[in-house]
Unconditional design. Structure first.
Length: 122
């Protein structure tokens, strides 16, 4: 390493001191909070954050609306299912009443036939 061959300890220390001084100057010379460029960057960042928050709020509102729509659709589906089951139950009850009436008529007809047969024998 030829660059180290001609550098002495003093040269290296002076180079480090110059680097520290340059860093210090760069830190001290940076623009303050009242600088228009800094204020412009802060305003831009603030606008970006506000836009991001607005988009997040819109997404949240859309998510809530979609969730409400799904809940309402599920409720409507449940109501339709309940109505369908009620109609099926009513139809089954009507079929049961009709079957009982038919059985009663058949029983009454057998009873009447038996009574008529007995009366005819006398």
């Amino acid at each position: 390493m030829s660059f180290l061959a001609d550098s002495t300890l003093t040269d290296r220390l002076q180079a480090a001191a110059k680097a520290r001084a340059a860093t210090r100057l760069r830190f001290l010379n940076r623009p303050g909070a009242d600088d228009p460029a800094v204020q412009a960057r802060q305003a831009e960042r603030k606008a970006i954050v506000e836009a991001r928050d607005a988009r997040a709020a819109e997404r949240e509102a859309a998510r809530v609306a979609e969730e409400e729509r799904k809940v309402l659709a599920a409720l409507a589906e449940q109501e339709a299912e309940i109505a369908r089951k009620a109609a099926e139950a009513a139809a089954a009850a009507e079929r049961g009443r009709a079957a009982l009436a038919r059985q009663k008529e058949e029983r009454d007809a057998r009873y009447a036939a038996r009574k008529a047969k007995i009366k005819a024998r006398r």
